[in-house]
Design a protein around this ligand. Structure first.
Ligand SMILES: [Ca+2]
Length: 262
């Protein structure tokens, strides 16, 4: 993407129906995002991508059915994306990856069944990915990670049950990741997070019930994270964000219902 314009579209081919995209990340540390895949037998594959071309594909072994991929992130601060996994018993593991190779596997302990992993991001500005958790009472906690070690844990409190976490990204362009929330009435709020606390909060208002937040990313390359929206007719819109302010809104077009954003 170049802003909201589709500058190039390439296909690496088709996936088998039992293979699923589990995450996006720079697993090879080459400055490009790759793809983490898993098949129904639990086998993991890591693709190094260059645009739409698969330049390398490595197997990362298999995980048993009680383990689930919850996210990706640079938890070790080594410039490569790793993998965040959780067991049905609440145990959290952090894998440091080099392509498809698991370099280090560390346990970050376990959380109770009322706690849920909502996202990963650099909420402390230390150059490493941490973890955002929420419990059933709405309380949020930001873990600052150093590999599998929780080095700091801060809570900004709870959000009401009609508010939902829709994404994580550096919306304010300050080198730290924040949080995008939305309530059941469609209202959106962009939090700038500093060391687990809400440093700034801005709202661009609400979107209608036929519009849905599909993802976040810096689509125009200005250092601030933007938002990808889609309506029920398939139309896509990219909001160029500056904190909680929509600087511009452009549509790259529509995709039909047989295509899904991952
Ligand atoms: Ca941007």
């Amino acid at each position: 993407m170049n802003g909201s314009q589709v500058a190039n579209s390439q296909s690496p081919g088709s996936l088998a129906s039992d293979t699923h995209v589990r995450g996006i990340g720079d697993f090879y540390g080459d400055g490009r995002s790759g793809i983490l895949l898993q098949n129904d037998a639990g086998s993991l594959s890591v693709w190094d991508m260059n645009g739409g071309q698969i330049v390398n594909s490595q197997s990362a072994g298999a995980i048993s059915t009680d383990w689930h991929i919850r996210g990706t992130g640079d938890f070790y601060g080594d410039g490569r994306s790793g993998i965040l996994l959780q067991n049905d018993n609440g145990s959290i593991d952090i894998w440091d990856m080099n392509g498809g190779q698991v370099i280090t596997n560390q346990s970050a302990g376990a959380v109770g069944p009322d706690w849920h992993i909502r996202g990963t991001g650099d909420f402390y500005g230390g150059g490493r990915s941490g973890i955002l958790l929420q419990n059933d009472a709405g309380q949020l906690v930001f873990w600052d990670m150093n590999g599998g070690q929780v080095v700091n844990s801060q809570s900004p409190g709870a959000v009401a049950s009609d508010w939902h976490i829709r994404g994580v990204g550096d919306f304010y362009g300050d080198g730290r990741d924040g949080v995008l929330l939305q309530n059941d009435a469609g209202a959106m709020t962009f939090w700038d997070i500093n060391a687990g606390q809400v440093a700034r909060s801005q709202s661009p208002g609400a979107i209608g019930p036929d519009w849905h937040i599909r993802g976040t990313g810096d689509f125009n390359g200005d250092g601030r994270c933007d938002v990808l929206l889609q309506n029920d007719a398939g139309a896509l819109t990219i909001w160029d964000m500056n904190g909680g302010t929509v600087m511009s809104s452009q549509s790259p077009g529509a995709i039909d219902s047989t295509w899904h954003l991952v």
